[in-house]
Design a protein around this ligand. Structure first.
Ligand code: NAP
Ligand code: ZN
Length: 348
C-alpha cells in the first residue's frame, strides 16, 4: 500500500481537514505521481456537501491533478520516472463499450471511474482525489503536459479545460459563429479562452459587473450583464451556440430566447435543482438544448497539446491547502479569478 496524506471530510457537514489514508501499489500499467498542484472545481464543493446526492465518505476531493511521476509499472510506455503527468476526472472505464472504444470514456455505458467518490475497478476501494500528496492511475488515463506551460495553470485544464473544449469542438465553434458563454467562473473563463482561440465571435454573459474588464481581456468580443433585460433582448435570435457553465439554479429562458433558428444551447454547469423551461423558445426555432460532460482521453490529450501550441492556461490563484475551506466560501461568493489551485507543497 502507498501511504497518502491529504485533506478530506468525514461527512457533508464538516469542513475539510487533514486526513491520512492509503492507495493501492501501482500495477504493471500504472504510474504513481507526487502531486504538485490540484485545481479546485465547483464540483468538489457540490460533492463534499452532497448537493447532488451519492457522496461517499470519508471523501478526499480533487480531479485537476498535475504531478511528477515517481513510480512506473513494468508495462508502462508513455511515462518515465521524473516526468510530469496530468490526471483528470476519469481514471478508468469499462474499456469495451462503444463509447470507450471511441475514446469517449466520459460516456462509458457502465460509467467511468472518477478520480474520487467512485468504486475503484481494480481493488474495490472508494477512490480518493487530488487534495493529497500522491495518486495512482493507469497510464491510459494520464496525460503528458507540454513543456512550455506553467504547471499551476495547467491543473484546471484537466476538468475546466476539457469540459469546455469538448463541447466547443463538438458543436464546431469557429470563424463565422456567434457564441455565448454563460458564467465567468472556472469553466466559463476557459470556454471564453477556447472560443476566442477557435476564431468565433464570443459574447460573455455574467451576473458580475466587476468581471467585465477581465472578460474582454480574456477574449470576449462583447460582454452582457445578464441582469439587464434590455441588453439581453438586443441579441434575440442571434446566437449559433451558447455554453452554460453556471453552478447555481437560474432560468435558461433568457438564453434560449437568444438562439437562432436551429441554434444549440449546451449545459455543462450542473446546479443542484433542475430548471423550469419555456419550451416555446425551442420549438418555434427547432432549437436544441443539450449537455456535455468532461471529455475522453484522446481529446483531453489533444486539448493539452492545443494549449501547448497556443500558450493557453487557466488564470489561477494559488492557495495553500490550509485555505481550502475559505476558498470554498469564496467560490460561492464568486470571488475567484478564475480558478483556485492548491500548491501541494503546503501539505508539508
Ligand atoms: P465556478 O467557478 O463557481 O463558476 C460558476 C459561475 O456561475 C460563477 O462564476 C458565476 O459567474 C455564475 N453563477 C454563480 N452563481 C450564480 C447564480 N446564482 N446565478 C447566475 N450565475 C451564477 O464553478 P465551475 O467550477 O466553473 O463549475 C460550474 C458548474 O459546472 C458547476 O455546477 C460544476 O459542478 C459543473 N461542472 C460540470 C462539468 C461537466 O463535465 N459537465 C465539469 C466540471 C464542472 P458570473 O459571476 O459571471 O455570473
Ligand atoms: Zn471539475
Amino acid at each position: 500500500m502507498l501511504v497518502s496524506k491529504g485533506y478530506g471530510t468525514p461527512n457533508a457537514q464538516s469542513p475539510l481537514g487533514p486526513f491520512a489514508f492509503s492507495r493501492r501499489e501501482p500495477g504493471p500499467n500504472d504510474i504513481a505521481v507526487e502531486i504538485l498542484y490540484c485545481g479546485v472545481c465547483h464540483t468538489d464543493l457540490h460533492q463534499v456537501r452532497n448537493e447532488w446526492g451519492g457522496s461517499r465518505y470519508p471523501m478526499v476531493p480533487g480531479h485537476e491533478i498535475v504531478g511528477r511521476v515517481n513510480q512506473v509499472g513494468g508495462a508502462v510506455k508513455k511515462f518515465k520516472v521524473g516526468q510530469i503527468a496530468a490526471i483528470g476526472v476519469i481514471i478508468d472505464s469499462c474499456r469495451k463499450c462503444p463509447s470507450c472504444l471511441h475514446g469517449e470514456e466520459q460516456y462509458c455505458d457502465e460509467g467511468p471511474t472518477d478520480a474520487y467518490n467512485s468504486v475503484d475497478r481494480v481493488d474495490g476501494s472508494i477512490t480518493k482525489g487530488g487534495y493529497s500528496d500522491n495518486y495512482v492511475a493507469d497510464e491510459r488515463f494520464a496525460h503528458t503536459v507540454p513543456a512550455n506551460l506553467d504547471l499551476a495553470g495547467v491543473a484546471p485544464l484537466l476538468c475546466a479545460g476539457i469540459t469546455t473544449y469538448s463541447p466547443l469542438r463538438h458543436w464546431n465553434v469557429g470563424p463565422g459563429k456567434k457564441v455565448g458563454v454563460v458564467g465567468l467562473g472556472g469553466l466559463g473563463h476557459m470556454a471564453l479562452k477556447f472560443a476566442h482561440s477557435f476564431g468565433a465571435h464570443v459574447m460573455q454573459f455574467t451576473t458580475s459587473a466587476r468581471k467585465i474588464d477581465d472578460a474582454l481581456r480574456l477574449g470576449a468580443n462583447e460582454v452582457v450583464l445578464s441582469t439587464d433585460a434590455n441588453a439581453m433582448k438586443a441579441h434575440t435570435k442571434s446566437f449559433d451556440f451558447i455554453l452554460d457553465a453556471v453552478s447555481a439554479p437560474h432560468s435558461l429562458d433568457p438564453y434560449t430566447a437568444l438562439l437562432k433558428k436551429e441554434g444549440t444551447m449546451a449545459l455543462v454547469g450542473l446546479p443542484d435543482k433542475p430548471p423550469v423551461l419555456n419550451v416555446g423558445n425551442l420549438i418555434f426555432k427547432r432549437a436544441a438544448l443539450s449537455g456535455s460532460i468532461i471529455g475522453g482521453m484522446p481529446e483531453t490529450q489533444q486539448m493539452l497539446d492545443y494549449c501547448g501550441q497556443h500558450n493557453i492556461t487557466a488564470e489561477v490563484e494559488i492557495i495553500p491547502i490550509q485555505k481550502i475551506n475559505e476558498a470554498f466560501e469564496r467560490l460561492l461568493r464568486q470571488d475567484v479569478k478564475y480558478r483556485f489551485v492548491i500548491d501541494m507543497n503546503s501539505l508539508g
